[in-house]
Design a protein. Structure first.
Length: 408
């Protein structure tokens, strides 16, 4: 390729500066379906906007424009290591000597994590999920859940969704850092981020500088983690030290870390004890029609469970439970014996349901988590409780594998 850009540098040389440029290059060349659509994108913050414009626009707009973007960013955020690295590379490229992003040999321990950050930040804008698609993991939000946070660990991204009459509606998203050893936490000290559905349980604002301006602890380990023998504690959403703008994608002991600016923006979407946090790898997004079909399939099984309970036909009711069912220290046989004793003295039963949320559980195929307020009434008892059920698909039928009472 002999085409040149300022200073005689070939396009191929500039592409080498961003060694991850497979996705970025396809956009810059026009082969991705258009010339640089990311330039007009609404960015989650201007620092990230400048970074992406500089990298993706390098071929199309030239080295001078990219350097101007990076100079402004470094002036604004002198503690941003990735920006300084790219600025240095651009300076070396102008002199005909590309460095860290130009040579695979240069992907040493100090620069490889920053290359990963550049890659995932750019990927967000060249391969983003359609904003009108819905996250497959969030199938129903209760009226008390004003927002839900969805974390896609492969994208190093936290997506914010508003509750739109129970349906998730995209609001914004942020770059995040995760566990040094990846995801699927199973034990204390493994430096992994858990996969699952959690709740923000508290807010901490008087912490050492390492955590930034504050933190939001999560409910890890939840009851499903405990059933499956996972342990550990102290998984938080938090910020960065004052001398650091952002951390690489894999840089924490298992927590989810945002820049301090982004954590401040996130705070207005957080309602302590109510905001759900869904953490999954390879989060899927569905067209509204497909999303609705997924939801209806599970709701049909849940409605059948309620109807069978109200019928006082205990055999029908128990058919909704898996042979692998557990509830604390009770298995299916113990559960069945208890239900038969209770139903023997009932003349009628009504089961009302309020405040329902429904999540497709990440990391486990065909597993659903349903949380709801159960309004149980019968001829001799009335009681409201918050209940959580885990439903698994067994063949063509959904069945309950775990059930517990939870704090409201």
């Amino acid at each position: 390729m002999k085409t040149t850009i300022r200073g005689g540098l070939r396009i191929a040389r500039l592409a080498a500066i961003v060694s991850f440029a497979g996705a970025a290059a396809s956009v810059a060349d026009g082969s991705g379906g258009g010339a640089l659509p990311v330039v007009a994108t609404v960015f989650s913050n201007e620092v990230e906007g400048a970074l992406v414009r500089a990298i993706v626009g390098l071929r199309e707009q030239g080295l001078k424009t990219a350097m101007a973007e990076m100079d402004r960013m470094v002036e604004r955020k002198p503690n941003y290591k990735l920006a300084s690295l790219i600025q240095g590379d651009l300076l070396m490229a102008r002199a005909g000597r590309p460095v860290a992003f130009a040579d695979k040999v240069a992907s040493i321990e100090s620069t490889a994590p920053l290359q990963d950050e550049a890659r995932v930040r750019v990927q967000r804008y060249v391969d983003a999920p359609p904003v009108n698609y819905l996250p497959a993991a969030v199938l129903q939000l209760s009226a008390k859940q004003s927002h839900a946070l969805v974390i896609d660990t492969t994208r190093s991204r936290l997506f914010v969704y508003a509750n739109d009459l129970g349906r998730p509606r995209y609001v914004t998203d942020f770059y995040i850092s995760l566990g040094k050893n990846g995801v699927e936490k199973t034990r204390e000290g493994d430096q992994k981020t858990p996969i699952g559905v959690y709740t923000i349980v508290s807010q901490k604002d008087k912490l050492p500088d390492f955590y930034g301006p504050g933190a939001y602890p999560l409910s890890y380990p939840n009851e499903w983690d405990q059933v499956n023998g996972r342990d550990g504690h102290g998984i938080w959403l938090h910020g960065t030290p004052s001398n650091t703008y952002a951390r690489p994608p894999r840089a924490t002991d298992g927590c989810i870390v945002l820049t301090n600016e982004d954590l401040a923006k996130l705070s207005k979407y957080v309602d302590v004890s109510r905001t759900p946090v869904v953490i999954g790898s390879h989060i899927e997004w569905r067209a509204p029609e497909a999303w609705q079909a997924d939801r209806e399939q599970v709701m049909k099984a849940f409605t059948r469970w309620r109807t069978d309970w109200e019928s006082l036909d205990t055999t029908r009711y128990l058919a909704n439970y898996s042979a692998h069912f557990r509830s604390k220290d009770r298995d299916l046989d113990s559960w069945a014996a208890s239900k038969r004793r209770v139903n023997h003295g009932k003349k009628w039963v009504k089961v009302g349901v309020n405040e329902m949320s429904l999540f497709a559980y990440p990391g486990t195929a065909d597993l659903m988590m349903i949380t709801f307020e159960q309004d149980y009434r019968s001829n001799n008892m009335s009681r409201k409780t918050m209940k959580r059920q885990y439903w698994a698909r067994e063949g063509s039928q959904w069945r309950i594998v775990h059930e517990t009472v939870v704090n409201s």
